[in-house]
Write a protein that binds this ligand. Structure first.
Ligand SMILES: [Zn+2]
Length: 297
């Protein structure tokens, strides 16, 4: 199998057992990253190809957390108090289904979310590719495996809850990733996935300009292909949340973490508008592309 033929290479990684038929879609236009995007004609899964060799130590190093890289993730230690509104609200929702047990967060960063889960009575486990943030998490008492999800080593049927918040789109070898997620989760365990829904009108309308086409984002999913992939891997019950799985109030309280002056409170309008828009569905069409999917094995 030649690695120069995108169709063949993508087929070998396809989480739907190679059934996807890949075609070049476009070069993304957001921020002129120009990522070459392929799409499956039958399930709509999208993938960047080729995936450049990523130097994770550089990509997810100090700049990633300091806001110095333009696709950076902020350093959550500076806004922990505000982020906790969202973390706690999400945990309240998770606890409707799982009250305690082993809790894995993939892409656990500095361990802030897991720390709240620990306070709520879960046994926290983290996986984090960044040496910088995983080191901090381990020092503060959140056991965190530093490395790639597929290189982690947990027993089968071990976790009650696994969360991937804006992480699944970063992971290579999705076929193996979904298989492993299923195998380490207990029967009736809960998997929480937050990612963009490429069936949503927001993504479809924006096309190549959609802001989710970012370096490091390798696969672009939708509610329906996620359900197909998860069903193939032994998941049987799904609860989709359009927008997020917690109330607007938590989002508004969290946003204050980035506010610098009174004028910033005007952003509450935009945030609220987006929140309500994300709840609107016309037949099967969702107006935004924000999605959180709860899947039970
Ligand atoms: Zn497909």
């Amino acid at each position: 199998m030649s690695l120069d033929i995108p169709g063949e290479e993508l087929k070998s990684e396809c989480p739907l057992d190679g059934k996807c038929s890949w075609k070049f879609k476009f070069n993304s236009a957001f921020n002129s990253y120009g990522l070459p995007v392929y799409e499956c004609g039958s399930c709509g899964l999208q993938s960047v190809h080729p995936k450049k060799n990523i130097d994770y130590d550089t990509l997810y190093g100090k700049e990633y957390y300091s806001g110095e890289a333009d696709f950076s993730y902020k350093d959550e230690r500076k806004t922990e108090k505000f982020d906790s509104y969202v973390w706690d609200a999400r945990l309240r929702n998770i606890k409707k289904y799982k009250k305690s047990g082993n809790f894995l967060d993939v892409g656990s960063s500095f361990g802030g979310f897991l720390n709240r889960a620990k306070i709520e009575g879960f046994n926290p486990y983290g996986i984090e590719i960044s040496k910088y943030s995983s080191g901090h998490a381990n020092q503060s008492g959140i056991p965190t495996f530093q490395g790639n999800f597929l290189d982690s080593n947990y027993p089968e049927n071990f976790f009650d809850v696994i969360t991937l918040i804006e992480v699944i789109e970063h992971l290579e070898q999705p076929k193996e990733v979904f298989r492993k997620l299923s195998s380490i989760l207990k029967k009736d365990g809960l998997l929480v996935l937050q990612t963009a829904d490429f069936e949503g009108l927001q993504a479809r309308k924006a096309g190549p300009n959609y802001h989710y086409y970012l370096p490091g984002h390798l696969y672009y999913y939708s509610l329906s292909n996620l359900k197909s992939i998860l069903s193939k891997n032994g998941f049987s019950r799904f609860i989709p949340y359009f927008g997020v799985d917690f109330p607007l109030s938590a989002k508004l309280l969290k946003s204050r973490g980035n506010f610098k002056n009174l004028k910033d409170y005007l952003k509450w309008f935009t945030i609220s508008l987006y929140h309500f828009k994300s709840k609107i569905r016309i037949k099967d069409t969702r107006l935004t592309s924000s999605l959180v999917l709860y899947a039970f094995k």
